[in-house]
Design a protein around this ligand. Structure first.
Ligand code: ATP
Length: 916
């Protein structure tokens, strides 16, 4: 790395070194601040930055320390089920059932242990994702602007801020251009503040320090260059100890709904248990102690203890899987919503297309120049009518082309580097501008050299709203404004055109419109370049370029569709999801690209002005029939989302700009771009795409559907086990029979085999047809009629299985304890086979793939078999649970009952499939 430029090597006067007071940076002039930081406007060298980082640490506000293990354990005890169990244990011990009390206590501890582990796992998954969302900063290092992790900033760094950026550290502003900052995160003031350079009084409050910008606030407009004065914990935000939340809401409506459900079930079951106790003692005249144990048994049998925890794990695993497929979820409910998305509205540039832009044609007055080559490497000839134009000859042969190339190089914020001769050319900045730099280089211009010769006097930066950029440079006659932008916008500003020979004449608007249309039909992005002499750099503003410009020419830029986006569009359509393109680009270009993406040929593109003119009612009709929206601005996006939602659609919407935030918030799933997206968009989005790629949205939908499937499988798996157990106990008491399974045994089943088997469902892979079904209705309850039916049916099967096994064992001469052991083993066998069934809720499980299971399924089953063997044969378990060793015949009967359940359910699936 070059370290040649003059950066002072002395340490900064340590505003953060312990014991030293922090200077009032807002009361210093920019120069004083630079001096105090031993920095310069050229930025630091990488070496110096590294040294300072050792001194100051990373620019990170450490998360509030995670709760200690002890706290987490205690928190787990605060749970209705645990209270019930503890009360049961105490009473059980009190009435002299010491072993039962010990078993219940063991279950309490096991439950707490599993809870702590699961919570830890879910939290870890989210932590990993927080790391992915780390913000970036544009910093001057070694004299060059580079993008780095904001965590690597050090005091003395010079950073660039642009609209949409979150301010990465506390900074003293060095240069501002209309900078406005939303400081509500820090000051609570909701109106953005206009920033300025002048220092303020030392006692000014935060909100009045106009020459400063603070970490965690948001630039909503303009640009600035600024000196980092405090990082990490030393920033104002760090001092108030506020954590910048990156992943919000740790639960989802569904999990809350299910947690609520289990609370209700718990209460209802306790009521039922009390009723049972009264019935047993008063009506049946059974002993109090025995009836109490039965009531406790009913309570533990019917409460789905593991359900909420397993659901949280399933969600966390889904979030992790999405992250590994480049979709980072910031708000957990999005995981669920993704599964029911019906429309995806996507940007075009960079999301559906590759964002690797190359100028293919240049249109000048009366001439077309073909440009060879691909990518950013400046290799490729310029041709006119098949004749190669030599760069050195352009001045004489094609002065208009030279003028266009110069404007392309000067009115440009990007830069291209090639580390080694023949190596790849790397772009820093906007790809559209990169393409223009490459064009200029193909025309023999060295953009760096040219910018040095003719430095920029003033600038109107590009914003999606006004769709042009203009700069002012010195030329022979004083100052010239150079402008580039969306062609219809630029055409409206021009009244003359530059002829091929370099003279100026009246503009032929019709010919240019024709040329724009031809370029756009070929799917090219069109930019027009224009100039105006005799402007005043000091007072330069939009009024100076509103009219009277001379059009130099057009460039046609290709930006090919991403191959994976073509596949993803097809996949979405098969999944019943409509894809809509909403782009700032030209309508004709947009529909040509839509054709290439397989969205349909010759699609009608509705433009921003048409959206603006439509009433809400008209728009609601329009959104149903139109898939391409062009020249659309962020407000249009917001209206489109609302119109789609009014039609009952569940909308995912992408966005990157600061003004996209409202549309991202309004959408059911706001999808922000991770790379080119602004911090504002990322904070508004429910999900961030790490690779800006449309295909990742389709993957996220697929994962969202899988998560929902797995949640449903978990519920469908666990509830009938509780159902079967509680029905068995109720039936026994009602009919005056001995209990087929003891309460302690039920706890064993619920806490050990059920949890082990249900955990497998959280990791279930995606079913093959997941993206061939229509989206799930967002109003469909988790306990759908199908799930209720299935839970009811399986509960009954379990009831018959448990009683059948118990009665058979008794009838074949076994004592009661052995018959109960048979019943428990039959129950566990039914669970195991039911797991194979539930992995495919509706499609057959008797397939080669289905029977094989997954390594996880097999491991869980093997684990359960080992535990059951211990439960049945180990003497200490026999003592604890009152079990007996079983004969081979008895074991085979248990397995047979399990198989019978699987067969019955396969038959049910076949009947249901036929019925549909
Ligand atoms: P999308 O919304 O799909 O990302 P987009 O990138 O074309 O599409 P914008 O960035 O809003 O949307 O650009 C809108 C138009 O502004 C472009 O079609 C182009 O004509 C023009 N334009 C884009 N970038 C620049 C730039 N750097 N300077 C001048 N004009 C530009």
């Amino acid at each position: 790395m070059a370290t040649s430029h003059p950066v002072p090597r002395t340490a900064a006067p340590g505003p953060h070194a312990s014991g030293q007071t922090t200077p009032a940076w807002h009361a210093l002039t920019a120069e004083q601040a630079l001096q105090a930081q031993a920095a310069s406007t050229e930025g630091l060298t990488t070496e110096e930055a590294r040294r300072r980082q050792q001194q100051h640490g990373a620019n990170r506000i450490e998360a509030v320390a995670p709760p200690s293990l002890w706290h987490r354990v205690v928190a787990q005890f605060h749970n209705l089920l645990i209270y019930v169990l503890l009360a049961a244990a105490v009473t059980t011990a009190w009435i002299g059932h010491g072993i039962d009390a010990a078993v219940i206590m063991a279950v309490v501890l096991l439950n707490v242990g599993i809870g702590v582990l699961q919570e830890g796992k879910a939290e870890k998954a989210l932590q990993a994702i927080r790391h992915l969302l780390a913000p970036h900063a544009m910093v001057l290092r070694d004299g060059r602007t580079t993008e780095i992790d904001a965590a690597d900033l050090v005091p003395g760094d010079v950073v660039q801020l642009a609209s949409g950026d979150s301010v990465p550290a506390d900074v003293r502003l060095l240069k501002v251009n209309n900078l406005r900052v939303d400081e509500s995160a820090l000051t609570g003031e909701s109106m953005p503040v206009d920033k300025a350079l002048a220092e303020v009084a030392a006692d000014a409050v935060l909100g009045d320090r106009l020459c400063m910008a603070y970490a965690g606030t948001l630039a909503t407009q303009g640009q600035a260059s600024a000196l980092v004065v405090a990082t990490g914990a030393a920033t104002e935000m760090g001092r108030i100890g506020q954590l910048l939340t990156t992943v919000e809401q740790t639960t989802t409506p569904l999990v809350r709904q299910m947690a609520q459900l289990s609370r209700w079930i718990t209460l209802a079951v306790m009521g039922a248990a009390a009723a049972l106790f009264v019935f047993g003692t008063a009506v049946r005249g059974l002993p109090m102690a025995e009836m109490f144990m039965t009531a406790v048994g009913l309570a533990v049998a019917a409460i789905p203890e593991g359900l909420p925890a397993i659901m949280s794990i399933t969600l966390a695993i889904g979030v992790q899987r999405m992250a590994s497929r480049q979709a980072v979820v910031r708000r957990l409910p999005a995981v669920e919503t993704l599964g029911s998305v019906t429309v995806i509205c996507s940007d075009k540039t960079g999301t559906l297309t590759r964002n690797e832009m190359t100028v293919q044609q240049v249109v000048l007055a009366g001439q077309i120049i073909d440009v060879e080559g691909a990518g950013y490497a400046p290799e490729g000839a310029l041709q006119r009518d098949g004749h190669h134009l030599q760069p050195a000859e352009l001045f004489r042969e094609a002065p208009a082309l030279l003028a266009l190339a110069e404007a392309a190089a000067l009115c440009n914020d990007a830069s291209l580097h090639c580390e080694s001769p023949g190596g790849d050319w790397q772009l820093a900045g906007d790809p559209t501008e990169g393409a223009l730099l490459t064009l200029a280089m193909k025309a023999g211009i060295d953009p760096v050299e040219l910018t040095r010769e003719r430095p920029r006097g003033s600038v109107i930066p590009f914003e999606s709203e006004h769709r042009y950029m203009a700069t002012v440079h010195a030329d022979a006659e004083g100052s010239v404004a150079l402008l580039k932008g969306a062609p219809e916008r630029v055409l409206a500003m021009c009244d003359t055109q530059l002829c091929a020979d370099g003279t100026v004449e009246r503009m032929d608007t019709a010919a240019w419109e024709q040329a724009i249309d031809t370029q756009a039909r070929a799917g090219r992005r069109v930019l027009a370049l224009a100039r105006r002499s005799g402007v005043n750099a000091a007072s330069f503003g939009p009024d100076d370029v509103a009219r009277g410009l001379t059009l130099i020419g057009l460039v046609g830029i290709i930006d090919p569709p991403r191959d994976e986006a073509v596949r993803a569009v097809a996949q979405c359509r098969a999944a019943g999801i409509r894809v809509k393109m909403i782009t700032g680009d030209h309508g004709v270009t947009a529909s040509a690209i839509a054709g290439q993406l397989g969205m349909g040929e010759g699609l009608r593109a509705v433009t921003g002005p048409e959206i603006g003119a439509a009433t809400d009612a008209v728009l609601q009709q329009l959104v149903l029939s139109v898939d391409v929206f062009a020249r659309a601005s962020p407000e249009h996006k917001l209206r489109l989302v609302r119109a789609l939602q009014a039609q009952g659609e569940v909308v995912a919407m992408t966005g990157d700009g600061v003004n996209d935030a409202p549309a991202l918030k309004q959408a059911d799933v706001g999808v922000a771009m991770g790379r080119k997206g602004t911090e504002a968009a990322k904070q508004a989005g429910a999900m961030v795409l790490a690779d800006d790629n449309f295909a990742s949205i389709a993957h996220a939908v697929e994962e969202g559907r899988t998560v929902y499937d797995n949640l449903r499988k978990t519920v469908t798996f666990l509830l009938p086990i509780n159902g079967g157990e509680s029905m068995s106990l109720l039936a026994a008491v009602l009919f005056g029979l001995a209990l087929p399974i003891l309460p302690a045994q039920i706890l064993w089943v619920n806490m050990v085999s059920s949890v082990a088997l249900a955990m497998v469902l959280a990791f279930e892979p995606t079913e093959p047809d997941v993206m061939r079904r229509p989206p799930r209705s967002s109003t469909e309850p988790m306990l759908s009629p199908f799930v209720i039916w299935r839970v009811g049916l399986v509960s009954l099967l379990f009831l018959f299985g448990i009683f059948g096994a118990y009665r058979w064992a008794l009838a074949s001469g076994a004592e009661v304890e052995a018959a109960r052991t048979v019943a428990v083993n039959a129950l566990v066998a039914m669970e195991v086979f039911y797991l194979f069934s539930v992995r495919y809720l509706k499609s057959p499980s008797f397939t080669w793939v289905g029977v094989q299971g997954t390594p996880r399924v097999l491991a869980a089953v093997a684990g359960v078999v080992v535990l059951q063997a211990l439960f049945t044969y180990a003497p200490f378990m026999q003592a604890l649970f009152d079990t007996r060793g079983l004969s081979l015949q008895q074991l085979l009967v248990c397995a047979g009952i399990g198989v019978a359940v699987l067969v019955a359910l396969e038959l049910e699936k076949a009947v249901l499939r036929r019925a549909h």
